[in-house]
Design a protein around this ligand. Structure first.
Ligand code: NAP
Length: 322
């Protein structure tokens, strides 16, 4: 049961990726009573990225190291980060919020900054669920080393797929990049790196029909992919021992228990203060509708959100006299 004296905050930050940690740092500097809730260790997607080379001031830094630095920076300014999984955010009749965790805690605040990021999109093909963790992966940094000297596939054509295909060649002997069109969506710089890497072969206009595998001695292994040419319809088999899927993210917005404005992809629409269509509920980072999703944009969103929260609280106090 939540200690009532320890359950009331000025703001509750849900998620401790770059956006959450930056919001926590600014909230601390703004002397707000803020609580940050995160189900894993702080860092979010930084923990799934080997190297960051586009964060100003750091020509190259390990994702994990940047995560640790951001967390300790936030803590230095008084951030309270608790390892808990949020299961729901409910607006109460007085306009404030109750945040419930699966651990059974209930926290209250007049504002919430939602920075819960996204979940990798699944291919939705036979074999994907069966072989998840047994050759099917959504995280190159976590699983790449299991494929030393092997032939593997990466599915997708965006920044994540192209960057991770390149990263995976430090372990794998050969990486097939499977893309459903004949043009990549990834940035030009990443594409140049991809095409310069002799261990990578791009299979254009191909979609995965199924992930094949076998079971032996109680273990499961991926043995190959069944592919279809998206132009000719021709089918083929590709022998690989691993399949990394990077075909986008689904924003983690399921925690919000009332209607909110969103774009066709489900990303949350905010105003220029990062406030959602629900007054007092702010959103920052990968789950917000915007042109691009970078570490830099996440911390930019979060900076705006935390400062906007301060202003919102001041206005609210002057209205309701609390
Ligand atoms: P993304 O940019 O949305 O790209 C998703 C890719 O997956 C697209 O190429 C798409 O194909 C393909 N795809 C989607 N559904 C598919 C399906 N069912 N079957 C096969 N292919 C499918 O996603 P992302 O690469 O995860 O990147 C997400 C955001 O993070 C982007 O804004 C990106 O810039 C950012 N990011 C940046 C970096 C970096 O700058 N270093 C690294 C990672 C991510 P189509 O092209 O045909 O639609």
């Amino acid at each position: 049961m939540t200690d009532p004296a320890n359950s009331e905050f000025d703001t509750i930050i849900v998620g401790a990726g770059p956006a959450g940690l930056c919001a926590a740092m600014y909230a601390g500097r703004g002397m707000l009573r803020a609580l940050t809730l995160e189900s894993r260790v702080p860092g979010g997607e930084l923990l799934n990225t080997e190297k960051i080379e586009d964060y100003p001031g750091f020509e190259s830094i390990l994702g994990r190291e940047l995560a640790e630095r951001m967390a300790s920076h936030a803590r230095k300014f008084g951030a309270e980060i608790r390892q808990m999984t949020v299961e729901g955010i409910q607006r109460l009749p007085d306009g404030s919020f109750e945040v419930r965790t699966v651990e059974g805690e209930r926290f209250h605040a007049p504002t919430v900054i939602l920075t819960a990021g996204g979940t990798p999109t699944k291919l939705g093909v036979p074999g994907e669920v069966e072989y998840a963790g047994f050759g099917v992966s959504y995280c190159a940094v976590c699983d790449g080393a299991f494929f030393r000297g092997q032939t593997i596939a990466v599915v997708g054509g965006g920044d994540a797929a192209v960057e991770e295909a390149d990263y995976l060649t430090r372990y794998a002997e050969k990486v097939y990049l499977i893309h459903r069109r004949n043009q990549l969506r990834a940035s030009r710089l990443l594409q140049e790196r991809l095409f310069a890497n002799p261990k990578i072969e791009v299979l254009w206009n191909r979609q995965v029909l199924s992930i094949e595998g076998r079971e032996h001695a109680g273990l499961r292994d991926v043995t190959g992919l069944s592919l279809e040419d998206t132009v000719t319809g021709q089918r083929s088999s590709l022998p690989v021992s691993g399949c990394f899927v990077f075909i986008g993210f689904r924003p983690n917005t399921g925690l919000i228990q009332e209607h909110f404005a969103h774009d066709p992809g489900g990303y949350i629409v905010t105003d220029d203060r990062m406030m959602t269509s629900i007054p007092g509920l702010f959103a920052a980072g990968d789950l917000r509708a915007q042109l691009t999703r970078q570490v830099t944009t996440a911390v930019g969103d979060a900076t705006t959100a935390a400062i906007a929260v301060e202003k919102f609280l001041t206005e609210r106090r002057s209205k309701v006299g609390v």
